[in-house]
Design a protein around this ligand. Sequence first.
Ligand code: HSE
Length: 309
Amino acid sequence: MKGVRVEAPATSANLGAGFDVFGMALSEPVDVLVVEEIEAGVVLEVSGYQVPESPERNLAGYVAGRLLEGTEAGVKIRLEKGVPPGSGLGSSAASAAGAAAGVAVLLGLEVSVEELLRVCAEAERLASGAAHADNAAACLYGGFVCVGTKGYEVLAVEPPEWLEYAVVLPEVRVETRAARRALPERVPLEVHVHDLARAVMFAAGMIRGERRLLRAGMSDWFATPVRSRWVPEFEALERAAVRAGALGMTISGSGPACIALCCRDEQPARVVAEAMAEVYQERGMRCMSFWGKPGEGVRVNGERLSNIL
Ligand code: HSE
């Protein structure tokens, strides 16, 4: 039977003021998908973290179904969920992007990464009620991305080679749908101006590899003040990350995971992750932590997707 093995990593969206626009691929945790050709339809088997298993309600199954429309082919997907759902680490996007990449490469579909992104962004509606593309773009392209919200145009940037991330995930779950509903529909002018300036600095910092700009850019007045109430000990975490040498810390996506960015030559991300985890440990709370360099995004049979399509 013809098949491919896909690794689709966690991603971190927003990164401060880039709400629904900025995303960055992490190197772990990952979803692993084995996609095989079958006679017809979509068959899905799920292991690891618990997510919906019916192909219509699971983003991997849904995306596969969309890509198979108009073909005679069918696929079986074995999805091993390694990206925790409800974590703010792009779990649904990892399933969607992994399935999109696997089905496209397996069946030799004539599609571009841009087209796969459109399908994945639309699929996010199932998970969160809104077609946001930040996590899916980071997963499909790797590195750091800025993505448009209508045509899903992408600016993909290789982050500075010294950049590392530290992520800490407390043992609470936040549904993206609820975290989006809590946000204000209108933004005061001063919030818009503050966040616009921060977003420009952050993106420029990524492109130019300037720590000063990343440090200044990792802040927003729109989403984080509202959502930080769902992140246990948010202020203490931020203080611990910055005191340990991080350039900045913010909520990853809709949370509750938090992400700090670090310059490896100043302070390795491992040390920052430990300092953040200690905040929870000291209070008797459990958490998971991850650290590393930004990742290359989804890999099919070990190869970066953008090298294949
Ligand atoms: N940009 C989305 C949000 C990401 O913050 O709602 C969800 O992980």
